[in-house]
Write a protein that binds this ligand. Structure first.
Ligand code: ZN
Ligand code: ZN
Length: 305
């Protein structure tokens, strides 16, 4: 049986971020910048100017520099992967069975041009929490990116949109996403703080200069009853445990009834058309076992596309 879906096409693509500057260094803006070159922590002057400009959203380089610092400071926290690779589904996936520590990741929603923070912290199997400063439901494209990264074995993925204090305006979402990641890494709850938005940009500039992330300033702490604004459930399929996108060819195994992406089970277009035209049965690699397919590798290979 074949499956041609009408849902909006989830395009796996890189962000529109321009290529990074080669061999760039942290460049001084003002007097409080450390101009020492750190090859593991490279930001060019354009990045720092963009960060200082209150009318601009944070770019991938800034987000990744902050995530690098958090990775250094909190060795027990996993995730914090390069956001460009995450958006392209080109980084190592985090298998649910392998995540022995809590994972935190800043993700760019290309569909909504918005940064958010996702974690499996305090989540049961098949669940993730999203801390979004606009409390938005991620685009279908972003949900696919998240599903690709957190490789769940459950039939579906449930994401809870958390009840954080909403930001003013639309350009500071990256600052909030980093602040949420920092709060989660500190084992605290982003819902319980009212971040001081006016101070956040300057605070991050100081942290990057000092190469150490300190807690973002808050105007007050709060206690709330409702922690989840809404939950979104997406179905997961195939050996890659990802979503289905509109226009993407899928086929169902006649034995286990699971759906598979054509590209993940190495079915040629000719064979796909043959199966579509005839009553021939299809058995997935898992059921036949003849291909000796390593499902995890196949999934990881798929993520490289
Ligand atoms: Zn697949
Ligand atoms: Zn099967």
């Amino acid at each position: 049986m074949l499956f041609d879906c009408y849902r909006p096409y989830l395009r796996r693509t890189t962000t529109a971020t321009p290529p990074r500057s080669p061999a760039s260094t942290l460049t001084a803006i003002g007097d409080d910048f450390d101009v020492n070159t750190d090859t593991t922590f490279a930001l060019c002057s354009a990045d720092m100017n963009a960060l200082a400009d209150e009318s601009q959203c944070l770019n991938d380089n800034i987000i990744n520099a902050a995530q690098q610092l958090l990775t250094r400071q909190y060795t027990s926290v996993s995730g914090l992967k390069d956001t460009v690779l995450v958006a392209a589904s080109a980084c190592d996936v985090m298998l649910e069975s392998d995540i022995t520590v809590n994972a935190v990741q800043v993700v760019h929603d290309n569909g909504k041009q918005h940064w958010l923070c996702v974690t499996n912290k305090h989540c049961s199997a098949g669940h993730l929490r999203i801390y979004c400063s606009l409390q938005m439901t991620p685009s279908v494209q972003c949900l696919a990116t998240i599903a690709n990264l957190f490789r769940m074995q459950s039939p579906s993925l449930t994401v809870d949109i958390m009840n954080v204090v909403r930001q003013r305006g639309a350009v500071d979402c990256g600052l909030f996403a980093i602040a949420y990641a920092d709060i989660l890494a500190r084992d605290q709850h982003p819902c319980n703080v009212n971040l001081d938005q006016l101070q956040m940009r300057r605070h991050l500039i100081r942290c990057l200069a000092a190469k150490h992330i300190t807690p973002f300033p808050v105007t007050k702490f709060r206690t709330i009853r409702r922690h989840v604004v809404r939950s979104v459930v997406v179905s997961l399929y195939c050996v890659c445990r990802s979503t289905h996108s509109s226009g993407e060819k899928m086929l169902q195994c006649d034995q286990c009834r699971e759906w598979f992406h054509q590209r993940c089970v190495a079915i040629s277009d000719e064979m796909f058309e043959h199966l579509a035209r005839t009553t021939a049965n299809y058995s997935c690699p898992r059921c036949t076992g003849v291909n000796n397919v390593d499902h995890e590798q196949l999934g990881a290979g798929n993520s490289d596309q």
